[in-house]
Design a protein around this ligand. Structure first.
Ligand SMILES: [Fe+2]
Length: 277
């Protein structure tokens, strides 16, 4: 929101004209006012990002306003500002950060630096998310805030099928973004597990799992959701069978999945929603 506002100051066309997905970034030519970011959740990592994501009320699609000019000049990342987050928001936003790190790590676009950052982000979340949700202290809040920034830095490399499953839930049903990712994450990772086994092994190592198979990692994610109070099924967060066709239409049009390591079709999105339902 803040980035959309600072963009607006010196760019007066309809905001969606600047949509990166239709090449609108070329119209972002003027300076934006000096601005700083102060995260108050540990999740999106938006404080270190360069884009504003806005849902179009008419098409329910998410639009991206992207420009290096939208990078904050200063970030104040103070974990004390997240102390009062309630457990649910801590859990859901934390799982958004985990999804960023995992999807970025396996995204198709090669970027070894981002991959290293993503692995460390996963490790920090593994160590701290349950504590941050259940009995937060300075260390767990600090690690979650760092991991959140790491996720957002890493996902310059791209995201994947989980975000494409999650975005339509938010734009159509107003589902919390982190919650939508958290519920879909085990299913999306299972979808990907066969195509990048080495990457899955390294992610399992980051989570300190003895069994480094894809399915062991999927089970770890289900158990993690259990521990922090996130349900296993979309039906528990207000999704009904009648929504699936429209969700699949929106998911296939989403910007995140082209970087997924396994290509995904509309029918496969439908199957994934049905599986998660
Ligand atoms: Fe996200």
């Amino acid at each position: 929101m803040a980035r959309a506002i600072v963009l607006r100051v010196n760019h007066r066309e309809d905001l969606f004209k600047y949509d990166d997905l239709i090449g609108g970034d070329v119209f972002i030519t003027n300076d934006v006012p000096h601005f700083i970011t102060v995260p108050t959740t540990a999740g999106t990592g938006s404080e270190v990002g360069r884009s504003a994501i806005i849902a179009d009320d008419e098409t329910h699609q998410k639009k991206i306003l992207f420009s290096p000019k939208l990078l904050a000049k200063i970030v104040f990342a103070d974990p004390e500002l997240t102390f009062d987050l309630p457990p649910f928001v801590t859990a859901a936003t934390g799982m958004d950060a985990l999804t960023h790190n995992m999807e970025a790590f396996i995204a198709k676009m090669p970027h070894p630096i981002c991959e290293g950052i993503a692995l460390e982000g996963m490790r920090l979340i593994h160590l701290s998310i349950t504590k941050a949700v259940k009995s937060p202290d300075l260390e767990s809040r600090s690690q979650m805030l760092l991991a959140s920034m790491m996720g957002a830095i890493a996902f310059q490399k791209g995201l994947g099928v989980v975000h494409s499953l999650a975005h339509p839930l938010s734009s159509l049903l107003d589902t919390h973004h982190g919650l939508a990712n958290a519920v879909n994450l085990p299913y999306g990772m299972r979808f990907n597990s066969g195509v990048v086994p080495d990457a899955f092994r390294r992610m399992a190592q980051a989570f300190d799992l003895r069994d480094t198979t894809g399915e062991a990692l999927v089970q770890y994610l289900f158990e993690l959701n259990d521990r922090i109070g996130i349900p296993h099924h979309l039906r528990d967060i207000g999704v009904e069978p009648k929504h699936i066709e429209q969700l699949a239409n929106l998911a296939i049009a989403d910007f995140a999945h082209p970087n997924n390591p396994r290509p995904v079709s509309r029918d496969q999105f439908k199957n994934l929603y049905e599986e998660a339902l």
